[in-house]
Ligand binder design. Structure first.
Ligand SMILES: NC(=O)c1ccc[n+]([C@@H]2O[C@H](COP(=O)([O-])OP(=O)(O)OC[C@H]3O[C@@H](n4cnc5c(N)ncnc54)[C@H](OP(=O)(O)O)[C@@H]3O)[C@@H](O)[C@H]2O)c1
Length: 273
């Protein structure tokens, strides 16, 4: 039987690297995305060892949506079936940075790129007997009560790195529920997960005090995310959809339909239908 095929963003560090390793252990072939070519190539070499290849590093800047769209088109043409899409890449940037397409970079990496990938790769996911999309989220206390204004999206408020990161992860969590409903008829399960506290490269760029936590806390943080690995690989979750996993426990996502549709429409208006 052909191995399951997986695509993981953010696979060069932190939570995404944990997911890449877990998927490889489960017997899948894993394509993983990051921007740091040397780091990605090193992980690819280590995991492939001297046996048959089990993974492939894909250098891609997710903040450039035209390139993300082009990659997804090529990928969909090359890979007949995709079983797992894991959207794990994220960033917390101390100052506002704008992409060449005019988007705030944190939002582009953490939300707009996953939106584009999910949309472009749905046809290849739908070819799997039962596919899954898993999206990194975070603490329910920080993310479930949050609301964005779809008429001011992305917000014109003054930039804050922490708020931009939370907005991106919140929007991706809302998208998880919308996709779970929209893709149920195509046998694609869509879930989000809170990874827990995981050793991370976020400290490289994040503003204080997040940088402090991830830099000095690094030796004390787990190298793997049990929740992320479970949600990405567990066969027992086949058919489970529209949930936010905290630990091993699912919690149904329950954003209001009007809010979700407003955010979806605002996002389509941004990235083009
Ligand atoms: N770590 C935790 O404890 C924790 C807890 C709750 C939530 N989260 C969330 O989990 C997500 C990932 O966090 P992490 O801790 O795994 O961070 P990390 O260790 O810094 O890893 C981030 C990953 O995203 C990739 N990435 C960043 N910018 C990119 C870009 N422009 N294009 C392509 N890839 C890009 C990085 O690849 P390159 O460096 O190669 O570009 C790296 O693989 C974030 O949204 C974070 O908020 C993490």
């Amino acid at each position: 039987m052909a191995p399951k095929m997986a695509l993981v963003t953010g696979g060069t560090a932190g939570v995404g690297l944990s997911v890449v390793r877990a998927l490889v252990r489960s017997g899948a072939f894993v394509h993983f995305i990051g921007t740091r070519a040397e780091v990605g190539a090193g992980i690819e070499r280590t995991l492939n060892g001297s046996g048959p290849p089990v993974c492939r590093f894909v250098p891609l800047d997710l903040s450039r949506l035209v390139e993300v769209e082009a990659f997804a088109r090529r990928f969909a043409a090359e890979v007949p079936v995709l079983d797992v899409l894991a959207n794990v890449a994220g960033a917390v940037l101390p100052t506002r940075q704008e992409t060449p397409e005019g988007f705030e970079k944190t939002l582009a990496i953490g939300y707009l790129a996953p939106f584009v990938l999910c949309r472009a790769l749905t046809p290849v996911l739908a070819r799997a007997p039962r596919a899954r999309i898993v999206n990194v989220s975070g603490s329910p206390g920080l993310l479930l009560k949050r609301r964005l204004d779809p008429t001011d999206f992305p917000t014109r408020k003054p930039y804050s790195g922490v708020r931009a990161a939370l907005d991106a992860v919140h929007a991706k969590t809302v998208m998880t529920q919308t996709l779970a409903e929209r893709l149920a008829g195509q046998h694609i399960d869509v879930n989000a997960f809170h990874p827990g506290a995981v050793r991370s490269d976020l400290g490289r760029s994040a503003p204080f005090p997040i940088s402090l936590l991830f830099t000095f806390g690094r030796p004390f943080l787990s190298q793997t995310s049990k929740t992320a690995d479970f949600v990405a690989t567990a066969e027992s979750l086949s058919g489970t959809t529209g949930q936010l996993f905290v630990g091993m426990r699912p919690r149904p996502l329950a954003f209001e339909a009007e809010y979700r549709e407003g955010l979806w429409a605002a996002t389509e208006a941004l990235v083009g239908v």
